[in-house]
Design a binder for this molecule. Structure first.
Ligand code: SAM
Length: 282
């Protein structure tokens, strides 16, 4: 889908793009192909696309033969997508708020909203304002996607892939890192989007860990620990964790793992956080 085609569709329908919905459409064929290549799709795959927009990425996803479930919040775009792809047997469009769909999908069967995403791949140029909550929701889902190939603000890409003891390292790194590993990432110039966003963008691929680092119960402790530990970034982690765990127990755990009570959360690796949580959960 070229930039001219995009402009023509918008003009024909007299559509004004909505900034709050993050409507920056990707028209660069090379970048779109790079994103689809990172997903390594075959006709056997099931793809979740959040925010198909006018469908430049959808078009390539469908061409791979994969089954595509696209969720678009903007009702003005749905007739365009149905016109373009509605006749294809591998395309399903849902007019809904993707975040709400994902939140509801955590339910257990027989609830009709329940969904197991574990055999799915998320491939999306995400609306930037809700990109982090969407990724956290899927990363914490009991049956999260096997792979997530997502285009985001570069700043968020850097936070996801950050190493400890850097400014970017924090809650997002850990909440996604518990169940997912970063496998590749690349920058996408602003000129590849229409209209060009004010921030830099990048694409990141996350693969679900083959072996979870923690079981579901300790995983819940992990979420509580890291949220508390990063609630005040400059404060000592020990002092913050005292709000949730008895001081004596924390002393034992910190001593056993050789962590100084003066340590700040930003210096503590994912591996050490998992060790803390395994001990606190016993
Ligand atoms: N995939 C298209 C592309 O690459 O050109 C559009 C990407 S654009 C960055 C984000 C899209 O997400 C827009 O079409 C917008 O309407 C849609 N959107 C925004 N918030 C949404 C939400 N909560 N749920 C589903 N779609 C949403």
């Amino acid at each position: 889908m070229t930039l001219t085609e995009m402009r023509d569709i918008l003009k024909e329908r007299d559509l004004q793009l909505t900034k709050s919905l993050g409507q920056n459409f990707l028209h660069d064929g090379n970048q779109l192909r790079r994103i689809v290549a990172a997903a390594e799709l075959s006709a056997a795959d099931k793809v979740l696309e959040i925010g198909p927009g006018l469908g430049p990425l959808t078009e390539l996803l469908l061409a791979s033969g994969a089954h595509v479930l696209a969720i678009e919040k903007d009702g003005r775009l749905c007739p365009i997508l149905r016109e373009r792809f509605g006749k294809l047997p591998n395309f399903v469009l849902l007019h809904d708020d993707a975040l709400a769909v994902l939140e509801r999908s955590v339910a257990a069967p027989p609830d009709e909203n329940a969904r197991d995403w574990s055999a799915w791949k998320l491939v999306a140029n995400l609306p930037y304002s809700v990109a982090s909550p969407i990724l956290v929701e899927l990363a914490q889902h009991p049956h999260g996607p096997e792979r997530m190939v997502v285009t985001l603000q570069l700043e968020v890409v850097n936070r996801i892939a950050a190493a400890p003891d850097t400014d970017d390292y924090g809650l997002l790194t850990l909440l996604l890192g518990l169940n997912y590993e970063v496998s590749e990432r690349f920058k996408i110039p602003a000129s590849c989007f229409f209209p060009a966003p004010e921030v830099e963008s990048g694409c990141i691929t996350l693969r679900r860990r083959k072996q979870p680092l923690l079981n579901a119960a300790v995983g819940r402790v992990f979420v509580r620990v890291v949220k508390r530990a990063f609630s005040q970034r400059r404060k000592m982690m020990f002092k913050l964790l005292k709000a949730d765990w008895p001081e004596d127990r924390l002393h034992e755990v910190f001593l056993q793992l050789g962590i100084s009570p003066q340590e700040r959360a930003e210096k503590v690796s994912l591996e050490v956080f998992t060790k803390i949580c395994r001990l606190l959960a016993t």
